[in-house]
Design a protein around this ligand. Sequence first.
Ligand code: FES
Ligand code: FES
Length: 182
Amino acid sequence: MTAVHDSPGSLDQDAEPTAVVTVSVNGAEVTGRVPVRMHAADFLRQRLGLTGTHVGCEQGVCGMCTVIVDGEAVKSCLMLACQLDGRAVRTVESLAEGDRLGPLQEAFAARGALQCGFCTPGLLMTATALAYQGGRPDREAVREEIAGVLCRCTGYEPIVTAIEEYFAGLPETGEEEENART
Ligand code: FES
Ligand code: FES
């Protein structure tokens, strides 16, 4: 178990109530005390240093902060850190295998599905959550699924193509991704 320590940028814990949370993050259990109003996105970024989760609007609109909680894509700016207690979180940092990009990331790179990259973690985690459902979603289903993640750069076509190609390479049952749940 890893203890979570306060970081210089954390909220003033004397000014508001706190709670102890224990969370599985990318397969590793972490525990620590957090302000009850701290957002899950800030917990991941500021306390755990998992800055791959990006924050844009902080209002649930842009989808850039999407992570997977207990198998579901969740906008982490709309969730409190204390709500993560006892749950399993997966962030974009879990997709690479050591120094090697994971298959979904490779598909994005191959298709030029990113430019500035700010939306990319949200898209990657949304597509990963979709893979938990099994099957091979068609282009329309992919479009529908990623509708909650805004990209200002790419026009979406290469993103949809990359996700479609990723699913084409998965087993029909989606078992591979199911087994990869943390
Ligand atoms: S930062 Fe969470 S939806 Fe925009
Ligand atoms: S690549 Fe820039 S916002 Fe999507």
